[in-house]
Design a protein around this ligand. Sequence first.
Ligand SMILES: [Fe+2]
Length: 394
Amino acid sequence: MSSTTVTETVTANDLAGSPAAPVKPVEDGPAAFSSSSEANQGYKYLSTSDVDHFLTKGWLLVPNAIKQDYIDSWMKDLFVRIGYDEHDKSTWHTEYLHLPRHREVPAEDFCPDAWNKITEIAGGLDRIDPVRERYYGDAFIVNFGSEDKTKLVEDKFRPQERSGWHVDDDWYRCFLDSSGNAMTIIHVFTDIPPRGGGTWLCEDGLKGVVEYLYDHPEGVDPPIDHASTFCAGIKDCKQFHATTAKKGDVIILHGLLPHVSSPNYLHYARPISNPHVALHSPHNFNRPDRDYSLLEQVILNNLRRESIPEYKPTRERKFWYPRNAGFKRAKAQEELERMITTAKAKGLDETSVDSIYLRKGTKEFDEFERRNGFDKEPNPVSGLLMEQHPIGKF
Ligand SMILES: [Fe+2]
């Protein structure tokens, strides 16, 4: 499905309520950065149209970017892990599942062509956190759809009315310049046809997110009520995109691009994974040399600013154990036991099973924990989310 290109202005004050600090009005006028800006010359892996697409829409699809070997080997025991029969849909009891990660490999090994573009979007490899989320894995999100949805003759899905629009931000205090989730990545493990449960994106929703954060230099702690804060303006947005993709595609989202799950009317298993890219330092909106990353340019463009020298967070930065990892990791042991049982039924022993959870207590496991933020303490106020959340109403 293609996007519409209508834009609608939502002002900072409409969204922000009472600002915590004096608000400098957002400037009118054209976006400061485009694919022809001086800062956007000389990319090796991003084409001019890639740059233009990311700057104007906040996302980019990289086709056929995941190595086939990883798709094959990780998908092979998907149904073993879940405990459903792949060929008997009556066993698909839960429509929407988030799984934990058992295997992970360096990002550049998993999807080299996408990684090259990711590093250029980040402003260079030297801006990317060398540890956090530098490996990609098999923490699948499976949208199965349902028998009922296949019988619907008319789609009731209206993206503006959908609850659940959000950005991924459950592990840090979120400021305008936060780069803990610099990019949200969608790894596609099966074809996603139209009406097949592809993630919806709200391209003109970025503006509401950055304006809210600009107006709240005190930052926002998870769990964030996106509907009344970052995403309050989405009901009036016009520029939506329903992702469709081929197996092996990688979709790169700006970390502040609102997105939401959608109905899978086709009732097939649609697994994606949804890791992130973290930078080691906050975004910088006041670079005298104007060497702004595309991530920074998207934020500046949405604020109609060329720089934001006055922006300064007014509280300390905080990082916690990822809140939503609670319920996903609680499934790991059960999945592991199913993998071992299945291996034994084939005459194999436990050593044939590939899971990081068989290597607890090793240096490798400690590094896995650190890469994924599991070495941090949960937020003492909000704790961990321990229940699988449903796909929600449409
Ligand atoms: Fe998300």
